[in-house]
Design a binder for this molecule. Structure first.
Ligand code: SF4
Length: 236
């Protein structure tokens, strides 16, 4: 599967299936499959997903959340964005707190979690070593995000981008998908709000443990960004 191959805009589930079959980045394919074979002791009885992790949430979402990449033993294990790791615990608890998720936990792809008007995705769909995709991997994966954005365009009205890496990866994707992104590109900051034509883009520190354990990102800071973005998206 080649992410640069032209594709007729189709339903989002079809795109998600195509993403899940992608093998365009040799280093990431090797890593995600190696992690799925060797596992972590605590998850020894799991059959890891070990493939690209597509976006999660309804095809008519009004609010999009853009992370960085799946975690080796989180999304790469469970097959769902931010599911089964500490970052996801923080994100989904906050989504639940502000009324955008049906439950506060996200532990497996069949745990019944539903998002209300929200979709969660990332600019890189495979777990990278040390959580660091290369610029080339980021650029190789961008066409998947562009296609997802084009499909969401009729309904999406706000996006929360988690962290500077996601911000740098997302802005060109929004531009390629047809939004007018200012030049020079606006800088990432927690609380940044950039109006595009018909969509408000919000910056938020990433929900990584490095930020949440140190208090750089508190639950209330995250809830505040989500509440503001939900209002901008017309969800409350
Ligand atoms: S990171 Fe993206 S482009 Fe690279 S293999 Fe995974 S899904 Fe494909």
């Amino acid at each position: 599967m080649d992410p640069h191959e032209p594709m007729d805009p189709g339903p989002l589930p079809a795109l998600d299936r195509r993403i899940a079959g992608c093998r365009a980045c040799p280093r990431l394919v090797e890593w995600r499959e190696e992690v799925a074979r060797t596992k972590r002791a605590a998850f020894a009885d799991w059959t890891y997903w070990g493939r690209p992790v597509p976006g999660f949430g309804p095809a008519d979402a009004r609010l999009l959340i853009v992370g960085l990449a799946p975690a080796a033993h989180g999304g790469n294990r469970t097959g769902r964005m931010f599911t089964g790791d500490r970052s996801g615990d923080v994100l989904y608890q906050a989504l639940y707190d502000v009324g955008l998720a049906s439950q506060p936990t996200s532990v497996s792809a069949d745990d019944g979690l539903a998002l209300h008007g929200v979709r969660v995705t990332s600019p890189v769909h495979c777990a990278p070593p040390a959580n660091k995709p290369t610029p080339r991997e980021r650029d190789t994966c961008r066409p998947w995000l562009v296609q997802e954005l084009r499909l969401l365009r009729p309904t999406v009205r706000a996006a929360v981008v988690l962290g500077a890496f996601g911000w740098q990866a997302a802005l060109p994707a929004f531009a390629e998908a047809g939004w007018a992104v200012p030049r020079p590109r606006p800088a990432f900051a927690h609380g940044a709000r950039v109006p595009l034509d018909g969509l408000d883009l919000f910056g938020c520190f990433h929900v990584s443990q490095r930020n949440t354990f140190t208090g750089r990102l508190t639950p209330e800071m995250l809830r505040e960004v989500l509440r503001t973005a939900a209002t901008a998206a017309g969800l409350n």
